[in-house]
Design a protein around this ligand. Structure first.
Ligand SMILES: NC(=O)c1ccc[n+]([C@@H]2O[C@H](COP(=O)([O-])OP(=O)(O)OC[C@H]3O[C@@H](n4cnc5c(N)ncnc54)[C@H](OP(=O)(O)O)[C@@H]3O)[C@@H](O)[C@H]2O)c1
Length: 327
């Protein structure tokens, strides 16, 4: 194993060194090349949660590379404001404003149908939107909110936009990226409906966040398996620890203690932009990235979730979203 791979793995396992701004400061000496300038020209990408932190930074970087960026948020005012900020940051940027609450499955269906009327080909879909609701609450369809925003909504969007993502095959292919979290290492997958929906009366915001982020990683691997060999690649990733409005609001103590060491939003956005712009090969069974390298989905002392739990989880996602159950 090359020395850089060993150092990289040590950074990763130490958490603090790998996840903070120290990680990319060291890794950029050996990580793969940046996307070429202009490499996203003529390509179209949807970024969810683009009205804050990492999502805004992903949108700016993709626009700088020449992409048409569909900036999606749930507040129309905020979307307009962030689209304007992007146009100022990247003069000449091609930005399209999209409004949808991705946790509301009816809104997702309506928005996807509308987008497909306007767009034939999509080269990238970044499922970046995320939240850490402190109390359990439900969407109009009766799903717990973190589950709906991190898992059910992104799954339904992926399924409904597949025709446009598949149509990119003749123009370099497309990439779907799920923005998970390193927090998922602390959570296992659960397979019963009550556990998946957090109906067992023990809701905890941080745990629900971590568990739904674990679900994203499992879901992305399942999508990658389903679409293997075609023109649509599906990956998941984590951004490290990043200074964003979301972190300041949801984890104020962590934000204060780690403050100077946190990455800036661009540092958190880097791997998502690199994945969409360069479409690296990942042929194994896991597709979980951080700092431009594949990472384990469990640490040594943990076990991968068993096949039966994965099967029950995927079956629930299909049923809850009314989508294909052929995994
Ligand atoms: N920052 C970190 O250290 C860190 C670490 C690990 C993973 N992540 C992940 O990275 C992603 C971005 O995080 P961030 O730190 O940039 O968070 P943030 O500052 O809170 O931004 C989250 C974005 O998601 C949007 N959003 C939330 N729920 C939505 C919904 N139902 N429909 C549409 N948009 C919705 C928010 O819109 P509003 O502005 O309208 O609320 C906002 O634009 C998240 O998935 C997060 O889990 C972040």
């Amino acid at each position: 194993m090359p020395a850089t791979a060993v150092i990289d793995a040590v950074l990763d396992r130490s958490l603090v060194l790998g996840y903070t701004r120290i990680g990319p400061a060291l890794r950029r000496r050996w990580w793969p090349a940046d996307p070429a300038p202009g490499s996203m020209r003529g390509r179209r990408v949807v970024v969810t949660g683009a009205t804050s932190g990492i999502g805004e930074a992903i949108s700016v970087s993709l626009a700088e590379l020449g992409a048409t960026v569909h900036l999606l948020g749930r507040s129309a005012d905020k979307v307009t404001r962030y689209a304007e900020r992007l146009r100022q940051a990247v003069p000449g940027a091609d930005v399209v404003e999209e409004v949808c609450d991705i946790g509301d499955l009816d809104a997702v269906r309506a928005w996807c149908a509308d987008l497909l009327e306007r767009v034939d080909v999509l080269h990238g879909l970044v499922h970046n939107a995320g939240a850490m609701p402190p109390e359990r609450s439900e969407t109009p369809q009766g799903h717990e909110i973190a589950l709906a925003a991190h898992v059910l909504g992104p799954h339904l969007i992926t399924e409904l936009l597949l025709p446009a993502l598949g149509a990119a095959t003749t123009s370099g292919g497309s990439s779907v990226v799920f923005m998970a979290s390193g927090g998922m290492y602390g959570a296992g997958l659960r397979g019963t409906e009550d556990e998946i929906e957090f109906r067992d009366g023990t809701y905890d915001g941080v745990q629900a966040y971590a568990r739904t982020k674990r679900m994203q990683v499992v879901l992305a691997d399942a999508w990658a398996r389903r679409l293997r060999g075609g023109g649509v690649r599906v990956e998941s990733m984590h951004p490290g620890w990043v200074a964003t409005p979301g972190v300041t609001e949801s984890l104020p103590r962590f934000s204060k203690v780690m403050g100077p060491l946190l990455r800036d939003a661009r540092g958190g956005a880097d791997t998502a932009v690199w994945l969409v712009a360069t479409r690296p090969e990942s042929s194994g069974s896991h597709h979980f990235w951080h700092d431009r390298a594949l990472r384990p989905t469990t640490f040594g002392w943990q076990r991968d979730q068993d096949a039966g739990t994965v099967e029950r989880f995927l079956a629930y996602v299909s049923t809850a979203t009314g989508t294909s159950a052929s995994w």
